[in-house]
Design a protein around this ligand. Structure first.
Ligand SMILES: NC(=O)c1ccc[n+]([C@@H]2O[C@H](COP(=O)([O-])OP(=O)(O)OC[C@H]3O[C@@H](n4cnc5c(N)ncnc54)[C@H](O)[C@@H]3O)[C@@H](O)[C@H]2O)c1
Length: 283
């Protein structure tokens, strides 16, 4: 029997063709879980060029991959800046499958507009980052946690945080603050939910080649007169040189740790923040 057979896992931000969310969903499905895939509907200009070229259809495409692994799949479009949609997403998952056992808070605000000194930070950008990266994580834990408590069979909540949860950098105040907050939220939620056998942990990726959309990189590629894909390849190559193991991570590197934290074997681990960064940061 596969280790997550009979479990239902909800993954947010799961529609990216090379995103960490997709890798997590496929890993959990390969271990036997049925999957609720969620993402926001995005227009073509907000998508990585490769997704547009390949006519990638976000969670509809990932859903086909989950089903090809023999698992059941529910797709829920949800804008995580809208509180009522988060409640509705959890409700729909439970109505469809009858239970919810694993929540992976993976989505994040599209990066780029936040990459300014704090003195130049537009307030709406700040609020958007906190809404998607922090408040939505709290609301996901709140609604899924209530369901898990009522079920009485424990549960697993895994928040995808970041190395930016542990170290500040210039021109990243909104992202870093939103991700530091996820670790505090993880610890407090872990304590609140421990009596119910529900564990709450964070995974902190370093540089992962997820082909993510980044408005700043898009502008820099345009300024250099090269396609965004080529610019990204240069960034990935340069970044790899700074990582002790000599490569950037892949979504699967993160998914492997999520799968362990989601398993029965991880029942004594809660409130923790695991680095997946090739040795780039130790604390
Ligand atoms: N890629 C990296 O190098 C890296 C490094 C550290 C941490 N992380 C973390 O890993 C997670 C996944 O990273 P990724 O690189 O796959 O991200 P990504 O930017 O490729 O994908 C994020 C997902 O969130 C979704 N999203 C954006 N706004 C949303 C909204 N309002 N409502 C619902 N969904 C929304 C997007 O549609 C997308 O599917 C994130 O939490 C990120 O902070 C990634």
């Amino acid at each position: 029997m596969r280790s997550l057979e009979g479990k239902v896992a909800l993954v947010t931000g799961a529609g990216g063709m090379r995103g960490i969310g997709r890798a997590v969903a496929l890993k959990l499905a390969s271990l036997g879980a049925d999957i609720v895939l969620s993402d926001v509907k995005r227009t073509a200009e907000d998508l990585p060029p490769k997704e547009v070229k390949k006519q990638w259809r976000s969670i509809d495409s990932v859903g086909e991959e989950v089903e090809a692994l023999g698992r059941r799949c529910l797709k829920v479009w949800c804008d995580l800046t809208v509180s009522a949609q988060i409640q509705a997403m959890v409700n729909e998952a439970v109505a469809h499958f009858g239970h919810l056992d694993i929540l992976v808070n993976n989505a994040r605000a599209i990066i780029g507009r936040d990459r300014v000194p704090v003195t130049e930070m537009p307030e709406d950008v700040w609020q958007h980052f906190l809404a998607v990266n922090t408040t939505a994580v709290m609301l996901g834990i709140k609604h899924a946690g209530k369901v898990m408590i009522k079920q009485g069979t424990g549960g697993r909540i895994i928040n995808i945080a970041s190395d930016a949860s542990k170290r500040g950098r210039p021109k990243t105040a909104a992202y870093v603050t939103s991700k530091f907050a996820v670790l505090g939220l993880t610890q407090c939620s872990a304590l609140d939910l421990a009596p119910y056998g529900i564990t709450v942990n964070s995974v902190c990726p370093g540089a992962i080649d997820s082909d993510r959309m980044n408005y700043l990189e898009q502008a820099q590629a345009q300024a250099k007169g090269i396609p965004l894909e080529q610019y990204r390849e240069d960034v990935v190559r340069e970044t790899a040189r700074r990582i002790p193991v000599g490569r950037v991570g892949q979504g699967e590197d993160v998914a492997n740790v999520v799968a362990f934290l989601a398993s029965d074997e991880a029942s004594f681990i809660t409130g923790q923040a695991y680095n997946v960064n090739g040795g780039a940061l130790f604390h």
